[in-house]
Design a protein. Structure first.
Length: 256
């Protein structure tokens, strides 16, 4: 189905004409739409899936519904979808993690988000993703060292978690510095981490794995150092080109 999503969509729609309440077909249809970034269609399919699904399938449909709603900035609806998923499967770490990412979008609910990430970690202490998201939250709270430790824990648990690699690199750049010496120290650490990240991508022929990390965090605060960043930005640019060219080879060639 993944090789020909449009054909898969047609087949699923045909199947649903024969069985309109087939939850799995609605769910699979939503998953294809979600991958295509057709979020309105995905939301519609997931809503139909949860109406007749039960147990784990219903929870998964609610989770994916929550992700789509969050991307549409419908945070209250996304939170409700997570709560309903937890009613179906109360001890799902994935749902607690998704709930945390929704709650942390609001400054007033950061503590609730931290509780959700902490519960996800308790439910699955060997999974690095909640640690990475917890690191993002800690950074928002101004707890730089704690956030870096969370990213390092995430990477230790999941060595291929590229988001954590990116975060460790980019979070070497705080918003405010205490002295010119700190600027130089942070700049040096950022440069070392960036080169390490670039080398890591060179050592992996297929570095498409990193495409989800692009945009997750960026070197936005590098400019706050008010220095010549051309060399560092070139390394960063070459890294992004390498990753995205690997992910989308059909778009990396010059037009005919």
């Amino acid at each position: 189905m993944q090789k020909n999503p449009e054909k898969a969509i047609d087949q699923l729609k045909l199947a649903l004409k024969l069985r309109p309440a087939w939850a799995n077909a609605h769910y699979r249809l939503g998953t294809i739409f979600k991958a295509q970034r057709r979020l309105n269609h995905a939301v519609n399919s997931y809503r139909k899936a949860v109406q007749s699904a039960v147990g784990e399938l219903q929870a998964n449909a609610y989770n994916d519904l929550a992700i789509c709603l969050k991307e549409q900035d419908k945070l209250l609806d996304a939170e409700e979808a997570c709560r309903r998923s937890l009613s179906a499967v109360p001890d799902a770490w994935e749902t607690q993690n998704i709930l945390g990412t929704i709650l942390q979008e609001r400054q007033s609910r950061l503590e609730e988000a931290a509780q959700a990430f902490s519960k996800a970690i308790r439910l699955n202490p060997k999974q690095g993703v909640p640690y990475c998201n917890l690191g993002q939250l800690l950074f928002k709270q101004g707890k730089l060292q704690a956030s870096l430790q969370a990213y390092k824990t995430a990477l230790k648990l999941n060595p291929d978690l590229v988001q954590a690699e990116f975060c460790i690199c980019m979070r070497q750049l705080p918003i405010i510095y205490g002295s010119t010496e700190e600027i130089e120290a942070r700049r040096q650490r950022y440069q070392e981490q960036l080169k390490q990240l670039f080398q890591s991508s060179k050592n992996k022929p297929d570095c498409a794995y990193g495409s989800n990390a692009v945009g997750f965090v960026q070197p936005y605060y590098l400019a706050y150092q008010t220095k010549n960043d051309r060399e560092l930005q070139k390394i960063y640019g070459d890294l992004i080109v390498r990753i995205m060219s690997s992910r989308y080879p059909q778009w990396s060639q010059p037009p005919d």
